[in-house]
Design a binder for this molecule. Structure first.
Ligand code: ZN
Ligand code: ZN
Length: 102
């Protein structure tokens, strides 16, 4: 069984989690370990496609880097929170059908 690893990001110096799923993915692709955290990887990916804007994560208050200009109406999330929200949305969808809220 593969366990989670804590790695240090070269870009921002923060510790980040290298999950078993990611380890399996990296192993399957023949990659080594990620050198950057999710935020920095995401930012690097975004910077290839265009501009990167900096905002404040609506969930945890950390810096969030996004590919669009954050406005007051738009909530932005950092990579960690976004991943969590996306996972929750996925499990919510598969766990129970949409219930009408009135
Ligand atoms: Zn980083
Ligand atoms: Zn966050």
């Amino acid at each position: 069984m593969i366990s989670e690893k804590i790695l240090k990001c070269r870009e921002c110096g923060r510790d980040f989690l290298f999950t078993p799923e990611e380890q399996a993915f990296y192993a399957a692709k023949g990659y080594g370990r990620p050198r950057r955290c999710k935020d920095c990887r995401r930012a690097a990916r975004l910077s290839k496609t265009g501009r990167v804007y900096s905002g404040v994560c609506a969930a945890c208050g950390k810096e969030a880097r996004v590919g669009f200009r954050p406005s007051r109406e738009t909530l932005v999330y950092c990579g960690d929170c976004w991943a969590q929200i996306a996972a929750e949305r996925r499990s919510f969808k598969s766990a129970r059908p949409r219930q009408g809220r009135k």
